[in-house]
Design a protein around this ligand. Structure first.
Ligand code: ADP
Length: 478
């Protein structure tokens, strides 16, 4: 099949969260299976790679004016990657970051239109154009209504329905897409608002939510964020496919970021060595103590209040707590900066409020328990990464967390599926009980703890199965 993947992220060179990892993991696996996969992302100024100039100059449009672009390409992470360089006067992709600008809608709509112009230039039949999230969802109507391109199927993956790209009709019209009723948001208070995610759902031939549970949850107001009626209406083309983790990016026996690499047999000694490296770097003392922590974006979805409470409790109970996270929300960032001040010099607390890929890997290898207390979680990769690195997840039962983590004491699931700790209510009380259970388990059942972490490492969270499921959707078989 000839497959075109379009997204704003591609790990590790342009990654903010799970999206970039999914794009690389799925594309790599599809390529391995013999498909012709092209990935298209913007050429951000922070990407420094040896690139080939594929097309020096081609034109796209904004407000009826021609804007020049170049397309660069390279082979990376086993994928054909194409990077679109926009010679736009507003420097859309030369700003140091992927998201977080006031004109994000215009930036992503511009990119979407330019991708369509590029595909038109190529003028080759395409089996599947696979779009990721609201940022590029407008490509669906552009392909259907504005181009004669031979595209058999358009598939939209939804990584997070909270982010929808709401804008004005003039925004889509700026890139030559006539606004229509079908694109309008469901909120009756703002009937003229255009909703780009909704647009993608309406126009795509198939819609994939990133876990089976999330595919159910978005049918309800709790996770649909106002689009639940739209998901209901298009239920027939909606499915849920659990993301994989990319086993090249995440492989503890080869991971260049680890102080001690390890296999299943070497986990116990390696965990301590990795902890020692963290202790040395940050002045901690964690010998003989359980290590709890979280690697996460600090946004409301991830339960920052619960993370804070878990931190206080873990320290109170004599554990180490290591938090690696950063927040685009000033109030949350400020709160964690206060906590960092409060625990400055504390030998059991690490609060590192940065994006740090290497430290993330080192922490997944060092922690005993990785906390994911999300209020909702479309799929979540960190619980799977944690298990793969021999760290037991403590999660709230929602979305993909519910599909991947099963409580050690849950008699309703077979024993060989149980792999972590799960709590239901998003409350301090429920989390506190579960954290206490986990710490007790670590202290009182060291042999079983060791066998559980080894069991977790052997679970298969790779892309083989999900890629087959995607292929079925691509072929229109599910
Ligand atoms: P989301 O995409 O909602 O952020 P996921 O669990 O799907 O959540 O993916 C998060 C990814 O981002 C994981 O690979 C995690 O290790 C990484 N990550 C999150 N915060 C940081 C950080 N501060 N530094 C390094 N990596 C991070």
């Amino acid at each position: 099949m000839r497959i075109v993947e379009v997204a704003m992220e591609f790990a590790p060179i342009a990654k903010v969260g799970g999206l970039g990892e999914v794009v690389v993991g799925l594309s790599r696996e599809l390529t391995r299976l013999g498909h012709d996969v092209a990935v298209i992302i913007p050429k951000y100024d922070f990407i420094h790679l040896d690139l080939n100039l594929e097309i020096p100059d081609f034109v796209s449009f904004e407000h009826g004016n021609p804007v020049s672009n170049a397309m660069w390409s390279t082979e990376i992470e086993g994928c054909h990657l194409h990077l679109l360089e926009a010679h736009h006067p507003a420097n859309y992709f030369n700003r140091g970051k992927i998201y977080g600008y006031e004109d994000d809608v215009s930036r992503f709509l511009y990119f979407s239109r330019a991708v369509v112009e590029y595909l038109k230039l190529q003028n080759e039949p395409i089996d599947v154009v696979h779009l990721h999230d609201w940022h590029v969802a407008a490509i669906a109507p552009m392909l259907k209504d504005l181009s004669e391109l031979n595209v058999k199927r358009i598939v939209l993956s939804i990584h997070n329905a909270e982010y929808q790209g709401k804008c004005a009709a003039r925004d889509v019209e700026a890139v030559g897409l006539p606004a229509s009723d079908k694109m309008q948001d469901n909120d009756p208070k703002y009937p003229k608002t255009i909703n780009l995610l909704k647009t993608g759902i309406v126009y795509a031939d198939a819609v994939v939510a990133v876990s089976p549970s999330y595919a159910q949850e978005i049918l309800t107001p709790f996770a649909g964020y106002g689009l639940d009626p739209t998901f209901q209406q298009h239920k027939g083309k909606l499915s849920g496919i659990l993301n994989g983790i990319d086993l090249e990016l995440w492989n503890p026996s080869k991971d260049p970021h680890l102080s001690a690499k390890y296999t299943v047999q070497q986990i116990a000694a390696a965990k301590r060595k990795n902890q020692q490296a963290v202790e040395l770097r940050f002045g901690l003392q964690g010998q003989g103590k359980p290590w709890v922590g979280a690697v996460t974006r600090l946004v409301p979805q991830k339960g920052p209040g619960l993370i804070e409470e878990a931190l206080q409790q873990a320290v109170h109970e004599g554990a180490v707590f290591a938090l690696l996270g950063s927040s685009p929300v000033p109030g949350i960032q400020h709160r964690f900066e206060q906590l960092r001040e409060k625990y400055k010099g504390h030998k059991q607390v690490l609060i590192h409020l940065e994006y740090d890929e290497a430290l993330a890997h080192q922490l997944f290898a060092s922690l005993d328990f990785h906390l994911v207390p999300s209020l909702f979680e479309p799929c979540g990769l960190t619980q799977m990464i944690a298990l793969h690195y021999g760290t037991l997840p403590i999660v709230r039962a929602t979305g993909g967390l519910k599909d991947t983590v099963f409580d050690l004491e849950d008699a309703s699931v077979p024993e060989n599926k149980r792999n972590g700790f799960v709590f239901e209510a998003p409350t301090h009380h429920a989390l506190a009980d579960t954290l206490r259970r986990a710490l007790k388990f670590w202290h009182e059942e060291p042999t079983r703890y060791q066998s559980m972490i080894q069991h977790g490492m052997k679970l298969d969270f790779g892309w083989k199965t999900p890629a087959q499921q995607y292929l079925k959707v691509f072929q229109g078989l599910s």
